[in-house]
Ligand binder design. Sequence first.
Ligand code: ACO
Length: 500
Amino acid sequence: MANLYLMRSRSDELNTIISTNLLKNYSKIYKNIAIYCPVIYIHRVPVLQGWLEEFNINQTVKSAYGFTFREAMEEFSKDPHNFFNVILEEYEELKRKYDFVLVNSFCEFGILDGFDLSIKLAKNLNTPIAAIINDEDKLIAQKYFDHALDGRNYVLINENFNFEEVQKLKEYDFITPHRFKYELIKQSVKNKKTVVLPESNDERILKAAEILLKSKVVDLILLGDEEKIKQDATRLSLDLSAMQIMNPLNSEYNQEFTSILYEARKSKGMSLEEARKLVQDKTYFGTLLIHTGKADAMVSGASTTTAETIRPALQLIKTKEGISSVSGIFFMGLEDQVLAFADCAVNPSPSAEQLATSAYVSAMTAKSFGLEPRIALLSYSSGDSGKGESVDLVKEALKIAKEKYPELNIDGPMQFDCAYDPKTAAKKMPNSKIAGHANVYIFPDLNAANICYKAVQRTANALAIGPILQGLKKPVNDLSRGCLVDDIVDTVILSAIQAQ
Ligand code: ACO
């Protein structure tokens, strides 16, 4: 499978000449080629139609473009996420069907900058760029591309371009937040799971439930009074008719759940009466649905604290074999990469053993979501540069992790800049294979991790997906009380994948 992102110039004539030339060359190499214009000026649709006919491309005109210019401007200002998602989905559909896709970009995007958007799109599609650039603009364009693409794999062309040079370009491997989400959805539909949402009294949960039901990625169980949920759905104009609803106040499972909870917790002093009452609590009831295998995962916490949400799971579901403690990981979606931060949610002052466990389970979680883990144990010291109790703790954690999990790609202690940036790493820890290339970051305590993920989320406008609780036998995940509908949708999809 091959592809190319042709970044066009302001001259329609030049764009047509170069596009036609490229199509001519590629149609000699590939049997099935396709064209895709993410955004098209309406007056250029006949040109597109002409290419389809001239090169015998077996594709409808509508499948050859995403948005008209006007539609694109509207969608981009209304919902930029959806703008990128639609383009990514349509492009991937073509990639599945054809041997080669020529992406024909737009050169301007009204008052929004087309250059920046084109690079963003090419990174989302992982399509290498051939950009039509005038000779006088070459130097500045080169600087711009070197910076935006880490000096990688692009070519600046004009009318007399060398096709061999274009042909040599390789696909990118950026993991943008849109691509990461796209891959998650693909993964979750492969093996559909049932997720419990206990907080039916929260409008955000009901709105997320409708989105999830429509996209058919999971089955859902809502907890609460059926009549009240139906009234709320009508008031909010939501279609929740395909939803399974259970009421913990009068469920057929209450007796069974009471005795399971009582048996599990009586040694900790719980009475039968207490167990009976707790079963009517939505979080305990939801946890018991997972514990007894009647559902696969639970997502809660839109109106409860982290402690209230996860305590029933810690008490009942317990940790996986060989895992001593539960921790919480966030996937941080930056412009063109996804990093994992842990433990941002559970253990306030982890021991060295707990840090090592967090590193191990984080590596497993990262792997299950498509990242090849390279783990940095973070500290205010890199290598032997600094001293202190918490540095010693991290050194001890590294020792435990290496002994217990020899297969892990892990190193530390190291500072964040040393873990992230190859140039800094070359100075601070030149012999480390992880320094400068880490994608899983284990923080020394909950203060550092929680503050840092929120700082990155807010200041760098990163997409923060999580926390995903890891180490439990079955997935229970916590929402932030300030969560948005999109956060709930993401967490439900991640939980369903964890249950696979
Ligand atoms: N892993 C596995 N089991 C655990 C863990 C853990 N990390 N922590 C506690 N447990 C178990 C205990 O062993 C105990 O089991 P048992 O009763 O069967 O013996 C049970 O959970 C209850 O333990 P407690 O010590 O009573 O702990 P408590 O319930 O008070 O609190 C909790 C546990 C909720 C995890 C607590 O440590 C906590 O509040 N952590 C901070 C949560 C937080 O505020 N996070 C930040 C916000 S999240 C965000 O911003 C995304």
